[in-house]
Ligand binder design. Structure first.
Ligand code: NAD
Length: 369
């Protein structure tokens, strides 16, 4: 038998719960990693091929992200096994069954993630009284619609550029994954004078050194069409986004897209990580050696969870944006200063910042060491 504590270390996970409710067709896993800073906020992912390992890894990522952002929340994640495109009635039954199973988990506040959305969070809130990323009708701030993560990413870039002497006016941006994170990051960076020279989705890469029309591309995607349906720009395969000559290369799609075997192809000066874990450790190290500034995911893409946390505390959209701006700018500067001083990877500086906050919070808890 596998050791059930094989994932355990000094930070967690505090609880791993398997849920099986055959009558509702529900199979799920909840990992509450660490609650030193407060009730753990973490997304509910629905996919047919999720695993316990993935859930544990993502829960830990939330522990770092929430602590680094200075939020009063620990980290958690849950996964529901199933095809997210199932019929709405079936999805509602499964999500509500999930919610009722976690009803007593007072230390876990669910949020949306791949395969779940604000409607799902509305069902969970209805069953348990706890959820973030809610529909506006019940006090939610529509974070993907307003681009909370892209907004934070642009703030992060605005600080990080000082460390590589890059002017945002005219800076060339390439975005891998023109979705909720990618398109808003491009939009907010364009407001600061940057130019989107390339974008990709699952159908291909679109390149135009003179600048792509971000609003037109967003509209195209909104209508369910692909970037390649745009009538301007050169069309290349999806993977070609890696070879685009640019200043800022934003991964905003899948994990592990930059690896030891392809990282040499990148021709950028900065990689602010919009997606979660888009770089393998080897690739991040290789970028650092080449002088390419890679800002870790849990610093650069924290805008979404900061917004969710503000919603939980009843804040307005404007207050949420102000807080995202303030937190992400301060954190980006703190880790880049530290990284420069210690000549270390920005990720190591970011981990140190998160751990410091968790350790300080742990000392205030009854059962600390
Ligand atoms: P999304 O589904 O809205 O957009 C993803 C986009 O990536 C889509 O346009 C899709 O076509 C494209 N894509 C998928 N595979 C691709 C590939 N191999 N190459 C190029 N494009 C590809 O998702 P999102 O909410 O924008 O999330 C993107 C990433 O950012 C995910 O890793 C997510 O975990 C992470 N993230 C999202 C948020 C948020 O607030 N939404 C916050 C933090 C982190």
């Amino acid at each position: 038998m596998q050791d059930v504590f094989r994932f355990a270390d000094e930070f967690g996970p505090g609880q791993i719960v398997h849920i099986h409710a055959p009558a509702a067709g529900l199979k799920a896993i909840v990992v509450i990693d660490n609650i030193a800073c407060g009730a753990a906020v973490g997304g509910v992912r629905m996919a047919p091929d999720v695993t316990l390992e993935e859930c544990v890894r993502l829960a830990r990522a939330m522990t770092w992200k929430n602590a680094a952002a200075g939020l009063p929340h620990g980290g958690a994640k849950s996964v529901i096994f199933g095809d997210p495109r199932m019929k709405t009635e079936k999805k509602e039954k499964i999500v509500r069954a999930f919610a009722s199973a976690i009803g007593n988990f007072a230390d876990y506040v669910p949020g949306p993630d791949m395969g779940t959305d604000e409607t799902c969070m509305g069902w969970i809130k209805d069953e348990t009284g706890r959820a973030v990323g809610l529909p506006a009708a019940i006090g939610g701030i529509p974070l993907d619609e307003i681009g909370a993560t892209g907004y934070g990413l642009a703030a992060c870039v605005d600080v990080a550029r000082e460390y590589i002497d890059l002017e945002l006016k005219g800076a060339r941006v390439a975005v891998q994954g023109f979705g909720a994170v990618g398109k808003h990051a491009a939009r907010f960076l364009a407001q600061k004078g940057a130019v989107l020279v390339a974008a990709s989705d699952t159908t291909g890469t679109l390149v135009d050194p003179d600048g792509l029309d971000i609003a037109a591309l967003a509209e195209l995607k909104q209508s369910g069409r692909a970037l390649h349906d745009h009538d301007k720009g050169a069309k290349h395969p999806t993977d070609a986004i890696l070879d685009v000559d640019c200043d800022i290369w934003i991964p905003a799609a899948r994990p592990d897209v930059l690896r030891a075997d392809n990282v040499e192809r990148l021709r950028a000066r900065m990689v602010p990580q919009g997606a979660n874990i888009p770089c393998t450790p080897e690739a991040e190290q290789a970028l650092h050696k080449r002088g390419v500034l890679a800002i870790p995911d849990f610093i650069a893409n924290a805008g979404g969870v900061i917004c969710a946390s503000m919603e939980y505390r009843g804040a307005t959209q404007r207050a949420a944006f102000e807080y995202i701006d303030e937190r992400i700018r301060a954190n980006t500067r703190a880790i880049l200063e530290q990284s420069r001083k210690q000549k270390q990877l920005p990720r190591l500086a970011a981990m140190a910042l998160a751990k410091e906050r968790i350790e300080a919070a742990t000392k205030l808890r009854r059962w600390h060491r």
